[in-house]
Design a protein around this ligand. Structure first.
Ligand SMILES: [Zn+2]
Length: 118
C-alpha cells in the first residue's frame, strides 16, 4: 500500500517541523491532497494511524484538504475542473487542453504542536 510510505513521510516531516519549533508533540497535521495525486484519503487516514505509532505524532490528528484538479485552456482563457476521471477537454470552446493548473498537490500545509505544559 503506497499510502503507508506517504503517511510515514508525512509523520517524519511533521515531527521534524515540530522539533525545529521546540515542540514536544504534534496535535494535528494538515495536508493538501490533489485529486490527481493518486492518494486515497481513507487509505491515507488508516496508514497515518499505523505510521504515527511510537512517534511524536502518536496522538496527532490528520486533516486532509482535497484540491480539485483544474486545467487551463489557452485558446479561450478558461479554467475548468477536470472531474474524476480527469477529462482534458475545454467545456467552453470544445477543444482539448493539456495544461494542468492544480490537482497534483501532496504537501503539508500546517503542523499544530501540542501546547507545552504550564
Ligand atoms: Zn477553451
Amino acid at each position: 500500500m503506497h499510502e503507508l510510505s506517504i503517511a510515514t513521510a508525512i509523520v517524519e516531516q511533521a515531527a521534524e517541523i515540530a522539533r525545529a519549533d521546540g515542540a514536544t508533540g504534534v496535535a494535528s497535521v494538515t495536508v493538501r491532497v490533489g485529486e490527481l495525486a493518486g492518494v486515497v484519503p481513507d487509505a491515507l487516514h488508516f496508514a497515518f494511524e499505523v505510521a504515527r505509532d511510537g512517534t511524536a505524532l502518536s496522538g496527532a490528528r490528520l486533516v486532509v484538504e482535497r484540491v480539485t484538479a483544474r486545467a487551463w485552456c489557452g485558446g479561450c482563457a478558461e479554467e475548468f475542473a477536470l472531474g474524476m476521471p480527469p477529462f482534458f477537454w475545454c467545456p467552453r470552446c470544445d477543444r482539448p487542453s493539456q495544461e494542468l493548473r492544480g490537482g497534483r498537490e501532496l504537501e503539508i500545509t500546517d503542523v499544530e504542536a501540542v501546547p507545552a505544559p504550564a
